[in-house]
Write a protein that binds this ligand. Structure first.
Ligand code: HSE
Length: 445
């Protein structure tokens, strides 16, 4: 497809904090790719900030900035406005004004959706605008899309998850490093994880806001926080973590949304809970979020990803911007990938294919060999000849006399080298069976 001629959708961003800057930066960085996928160009053109003079890591020309937030709600040039200020007062005023003007609003504001969702959705309906809020729950995890689109066929009797990365960071690090709650709160503050009002994180309120949104989307009913059970993590001590570990559990701050279809009632609770060690959510580390949706048709599904931070949240905001752009364009379809998608931003050649020499992995290799002097040396020298570096070797007596199993692991090697090494090893007279090779999948998380 022709790139660069598509219609531009103009975007305004209210709030140039961490997330707002991330959205601006990634819209620019992945602009060509988005254009190829959507058939429209997404152009960030204006941003509203509180302080025009403040220096920000993401450089945005001064003439693109205003300190008049409300002007973006009325700006006829803008097709989409992103509300990334947070809070409830100005954010609500701005959102309602933009929707009354028929604008498409994209938001990451969980407190606003939770406390004023009914009013916001109604205003969008009456004003002809649209409201998107994927980034309000689960950061970069497309949980709202999963719930509303991918799993639209289902009724949900149970939704539960870890929805607050800060609390998960504190609890997992208490367990892993044997440090107190207070120490970890201090560290989380230093890392910039904790909300300005730390009660939102530590007292479970942020988790509750997100749970209310999921509860509404699943069941069509807004629950208020005072109708729910909401407890935070302040009373969890290192002793509790140790005792739970001894019993085979990890402590997590969970949101649990249940619906009893027999009696047609629902409930939302937020509290620290002991989760058996083998379960998916018990192994959720650091600032990650994880959500389990159980649908009556699909069964149990899990979603895990970064629950906060500039890039993860920007990813969710841009996904909403893309949906909004399709609504504006009058098409609800993404384009199927074509060659244009494979073209690298800075080079104009289509995507190539890596040769085997560059397909890299650590490996596991099992050899059945004669148990006699010099065999290990033959194996080691074959590996060395092909420049495969051995990480570990274990020898086990194999069934049958004079035979041994050699289990080797390697450092990162490449397919070309390891295949040649294995072919040579397989040809040794001391090698009694075809070698068995597996890749070790130790990907960065
Ligand atoms: N305070 C929130 C958290 C930020 O820690 O998960 C993302 O909503």
């Amino acid at each position: 497809m022709a790139m660069g001629n598509a219609k531009a959708i103009k975007i305004g961003i209210c709030g140039l904090g961490v997330v707002g800057q991330g959205v601006w930066k990634h819209l620019r960085r992945n602009g060509k790719l988005l254009e190829a996928r959507l058939g429209v160009r997404l152009e960030p053109v204006r941003a509203a900030v509180r302080d025009l003079e403040k220096s920000r890591p993401v450089r945005i020309p001064r003439d693109r900035l205003t300190d008049d937030v409300m002007s973006l709600a009325r700006d006829p040039e803008l097709d989409i406005v992103c509300e990334l200020m947070g809070g409830s007062d100005l954010a609500r005023e701005f959102t309602l004004a933009a929707l009354e003007n028929g604008k498409v609003v994209v938001s990451a504001n969980k407190a606003l959706v939770c406390d004023h969702g009914r009013e916001v959705f109604e205003t969008a309906r009456l004003g002809g605008g649209h409201y998107f809020f994927e980034a309000s729950v689960g950061g970069g995890i497309p949980i709202i899309k999963a719930l509303r689109e991918g799993l639209v066929a289902n009724r949900f009797d149970l939704i539960y998850g870890v929805l607050n990365g800060t609390c998960n960071y504190i609890l997992t690090r208490m367990e892993a490093e044997n440090l107190s709650f207070e120490d970890l709160v201090k560290r989380a503050r230093k890392l910039g994880y904790v909300e300005a009002d730390e009660s939102l994180d530590l007292d479970g309120i942020d988790t509750a806001h997100k749970a209310v949104i999921l509860g509404f989307l699943a069941h069509g009913r807004w629950m208020r926080l005072d109708e729910m059970l909401v407890e935070g993590i302040r009373r969890v001590t290192l002793e509790d973590i140790r005792q739970a570990a001894g019993l085979g559990y990890s402590i997590k701050l969970l949101a649990v949304i249940t619906r009893d279809f027999e009696s047609n009632r629902m409930f939302i609770r937020v509290h620290p809970a002991l989760v058996p060690r083998g379960r998916v959510l018990a192994n959720l580390d650091g600032a990650y979020n994880g959500i389990c949706l159980s649908g009556d048709i699909v069964g149990t599904t899990f979603y895990i990803g970064k629950g906060a931070g500039q890039d993860a949240t920007a990813s969710a905001v841009i996904s909403d911007i893309a949906d909004a752009a399709l609504v504006i364009k009058g098409s609800h379809k993404l384009l199927l990938p074509d060659e244009a998608l494979s073209i690298h931003e800075e080079r104009s050649t289509p995507c190539g294919i890596l040769p085997l020499e560059e397909v890299v992995s650590p490996y596991y290799l099992r050899l059945t060999v004669k148990d006699e002097p010099g065999v290990l040396a033959q194996v080691a020298s074959a590996m060395a000849r092909h420049e495969v570096s051995i990480a570990s070797v274990v020898q086990r007596q194999a069934t049958g006399a004079d035979r041994a199993s050699l289990i080797l692991t390697t450092h990162d090697s490449n397919e070309y080298a390891i295949r040649r090494a294995v072919a040579e090893l397989g040809g040794l007279t001391s090698c009694l069976e075809e070698p068995f090779l597996m890749r070790i999948a130790d990907f960065d998380e």
